[in-house]
Design a protein around this ligand. Structure first.
Ligand SMILES: CC(C)[C@H](C(=O)O)[C@@H](O)C(=O)O
Ligand code: SF4
Length: 470
């Protein structure tokens, strides 16, 4: 039977068919972070169980740790110290390796796992975090799980999973200058809605995907969660294999040779069946910005805020009306020129080295608008070190950006570190929900290029129109 790439990985990991469209799958990697990982480990230990194979489990600290320079163990998250202690103590007891603060391998879990080569094409990987599909960008099948499921994986290295539907999105054409993977995914969610990929594995193909780096592919896969997808995957190709080649935890020797043969053959069959398919012409995509409080509240940067009267359903209309109120905008308003008070570059969506290079390209020789709070948080300590070795930190600092330590940081409000109540922020993150980045903070999602250009103008700005070079 012809199969999709996800179905092949699924079948290769099947331990038993449990009926009711559910399969017991072998899990190759379990990633842990201090917000959900400590509870999983403690749950297993408290029940008197052992971790089946600690070498398949890796932890890091990212969510609730401080990111200000010279950080110690400070956390602004209520009860955060307890989370961190539980995580460290349980990991030590279970003999699970944790890349802690001060370790060069520490970082946002979805950034450091692929960067270190802990995950590779064709693997199954899970983590107690909704943005786990990010690593679909290297051709792995990865998804977010809950604490109970995490305990099951820790104890058995397996998980019972219901078979998802299959969907394919083909990106045709070419990306215009200043248009990035972030704009592609925002456009897709804006066009097809926050439930457009509901419950499916979304395979992403086409010439534009082939031309993207693995980092760009990860940006896309990261936000497919905001498209409602169960997960997303880009089948491996030469770009993926080249990416894997430099990674410290990659397979080596004859294992690399056989892995490479396997990766090269890991593709959907020509006549594989997808429940739904979308073809996107990338020529249509301009830089995108979100205007509201759902990831589907997105528009082209030169457009106007839509009118709820035109909404396709009562639910959409109500959500748009509420969002307009929260965002303090009116139908027909342009976003171009809308004043912003802060800019954020970071998060598992856009904090990898290529993102920082793009933003620094815009910021070189420029300064952020007076009074604007601008913060850049590298996704991992390794990204930070790489950026520093290229002098990017100097560019950010000279432009007026704070240059932070690696972590999730202001991607979500963890209890104190904030832009200030009700501030309007342009941000490279993935969620623009109410209060996501602080009390009443209005978040406008955009690419690192658009965020950097807007920071310079002090208002939402079209990077194409302002004489920036890339
Ligand atoms: C805290 C964590 C479990 C959460 C998630 O699952 O995504 C966070 O990373 C987020 O982005 O909201
Ligand atoms: S960077 Fe943001 S979206 Fe990503 S894992 Fe951390 S909190 Fe979640």
């Amino acid at each position: 039977m012809p199969m999709t790439v996800a179905e092949k990985i699924w079948q290769q990991h099947s331990v038993a068919e449990l009926g009711d469209a559910t399969t017991l799958l072998h899990i190759d990697r379990l990633m842990l972070h201090e917000r959900s990982g400590g509870r999983m480990l403690k749950g297993v230990l408290d029940a008197g169980r052992t971790v089946y194979d600690p070498s398949m489990v890796v932890g890091t600290l990212d969510h609730i740790i401080d990111t200000t320079p010279g950080r110690g163990d400070r956390t602004l998250f209520a009860g955060g110290a307890e989370f961190i202690k539980t995580f460290r103590d349980s990991a030590a007891l279970a003999e699970v390796q944790v890349f802690d603060i001060g370790d060069a391998r520490q970082g946002i879990v979805h950034v450091m796992a692929p960067e270190l080569g802990i995950v590779s094409p064709g693997m199954t990987l899970v983590c107690g975090d909704s943005h786990t599909p990010t690593v679909g960008g290297v051709g792995a099948l990865a998804w977010g799980i809950g604490v109970t499921q995490g305990e099951h994986v820790l104890s058995t290295q397996c998980l019972a999973v219901r078979r998802p539907g299959q969907m394919r999105v083909c990106f045709e054409g070419r990306l215009a200058p200043f248009v990035t993977a972030k704009d592609m995914v925002l456009w897709l969610i804006g066009r097809y809605g926050a439930n457009g990929g509901k419950g499916r594995v979304v395979e992403m193909v086409g010439p534009v995907i082939r031309s993207l780096s693995v980092e760009g592919r990860m940006t896309l896969c990261n936000m497919m969660v905001e498209f409602g997808a169960w997960t997303a995957i880009v089948p491996p190709d030469d770009v993926t294999i080249e990416y894997m080649a430099g990674r410290p935890y990659r397979p080596t020797g004859t294992c690399w040779d056989s892995a490479e043969i396997y990766w090269r053959n890991l593709a959907s069959d020509d006549d594989a069946k997808f429940e739904s398919e979308i073809v996107v012409d990338c020529e249509d995509i301009e830089p995108q910005v979100s205007w509201g409080t759902s990831t589907e509240h997105v528009m082209g940067i030169t457009g106007q805020v839509p009118d709820p009267a035109q909404a396709g359903s009562d639910i959409a209309r109500a959500s748009m009306e509420k969002a307009l109120k929260y965002a303090d905008l009116r139908p027909g308003d342009p976003l171009l020129g809308l004043g912003i008070e802060a800019a954020f570059i970071g998060s598992c969506t856009n904090s990898r080295i290529e993102d920082l290079r793009l933003a620094a390209g815009i910021l070189t020789g420029r300064k952020v608008a007076p009074g604007l709070k601008a913060i850049c948080v590298p996704g991992s300590t390794q990204v930070k070190h790489q950026a520093e070795s290229e002098g990017l930190d100097d560019v950010f600092k000279a432009a007026g950006f704070e240059w932070r330590e690696a972590g999730c940081s202001l991607c979500f409000f963890a209890g104190g570190d904030s832009f200030g109540a009700a501030k309007r922020v342009i941000t490279t993150t993935n969620r623009n929900f109410e209060n996501r980045q602080g009390p009443n903070v209005r978040s406008h999602l955009a690419s690192p290029v658009t965020v950097a250009a807007s920071a310079v103008r002090g208002a939402i700005a079209d990077p194409r129109a302002l004489g920036f070079n890339l």
